[in-house]
Design a binder for this molecule. Structure first.
Ligand code: RIB
Ligand code: CA
Length: 319
């Protein structure tokens, strides 16, 4: 089994990804670390605790993480996408469980050091906790097994702005630090999640499964579907966070390419844009490529077998 920590900002699609991971026999979920993002840190943390309640998995620890981006203040999230409660305004009762004492970054460091080479991180929100963990203990770069993030847009438009994807836009400084670290990093970005659509028929089929957590996720999903109907004139939704779990379960469904990556951090129209370079940035005669020089290569997902991914997602949600 793959030891996995999910860093998350639930978030309706986060809830679906967590549900999929909990149902996957291949994955040993060591904990959820929460971060601001779709809604504030208190709500993402209470939502994470409630999701585990519904799954009967309060044995899994929740560690509360960053309230704000590294350099700015939380800007309010996206209640128009995920609801004021972050779960489609389903307003379920609070969990009786609490987060552990350790902060999210300390929880990440502690587990990576305890199980060198064994821990995988699935990051489904802004990368603030990962950046803070790296600053706390740089040697985790060599000791973590791999990191797979939902975020970024290498060769397509953004979703938070025309330039940038939401998780990277929420904390571009953290993203630039994470993309510049010397660890095994895979980016599952809009280049593939915008090619992976959960249709209204898929959603109806998933809704036939009546486990307590699936009933909740599908109830919340109505709000998420309404957003996509209004914003994108779609009957279904893109599959963002669950695509990371699909990648972890069967990476053969994704085509990848390796690039050094920088993230736009200046407060401009392009803030949060992920910039891969395919130029040979070590050539002296190309000083313009200096920002990419000596940056590690990131494994960027550039294409996907979307039908197979949807089938895999359904097989893990409909137990
Ligand atoms: O751009 C989509 C990402 O932003 C997803 O992780 C969603 O949950 C939001 O966090
Ligand atoms: Ca998310």
């Amino acid at each position: 089994m793959k030891k996995l920590i999910i860093d998350t900002d639930p978030g309706i699609d986060d809830a679906m990804a967590i549900q999929m991971a909990l149902n996957a026999q291949e994955l040993d979920i060591m904990g959820l670390t929460t971060v601001f993002g779709n809604v504030n840190i208190d709500l993402t943390t209470s939502n994470a605790l409630r999701i585990l309640d519904l799954a009967g998995r309060n044995d899994i620890a929740v560690a509360k993480g960053a309230e704000h981006p590294l350099k700015t203040k939380f800007a309010g999230g996206v209640p128009f996408v995920h609801g004021d409660d972050g779960q489609g305004n389903t307003y379920k009762p609070a969990s009786k469980s609490s987060a552990v004492e350790l902060s999210a970054s300390a929880f990440l460091v502690e587990h990576i050091l305890r199980y060198p080479g064994e821990v995988t991180i699935a990051a489904l929100g802004p990368l603030t906790n990962l950046a803070m963990a790296l600053q706390m203990e740089p040697q985790i770069q060599q000791l973590v097994k791999e990191i797979v993030i939902m975020g970024g847009n290498a060769f397509c438009a953004g979703n938070a702005t025309p330039a940038a994807e939401a998780n990277m836009y929420s904390d571009p400084e953290a993203a630039d630090i994470v993309f510049g670290a010397d660890w095994s990093l895979t980016m599952v970005g809009l280049d593939v999640t915008h090619k992976t659509v959960l249709s209204k028929h898929d959603i109806a089929e998933i809704s036939t499964s009546k486990t307590p957590l699936n009933r909740h996720v599908m109830e919340a999903y109505k709000f998420y579907q309404d957003f996509f109907k209004k914003a994108n004139k779609m009957d279904g939704t893109y599959l963002h966070d669950a695509s990371v779990i699909a990648y972890l379960l069967d990476r053969s469904l994704y085509q990848t390419a390796a690039y050094p990556i920088r993230v736009e951090t200046s407060d401009c129209l392009g803030k949060g844009k992920v910039w891969p370079s395919d130029g040979a940035s070590d050539q002296e005669e190309r000083p313009a490529l200096r920002p990419w020089r000596n940056r590690p290569l990131v494994n960027v997902c550039v294409d996907v077998n979307a039908k197979e991914v949807i089938d895999l997602v359904k097989s893990k949600l409909m137990l």
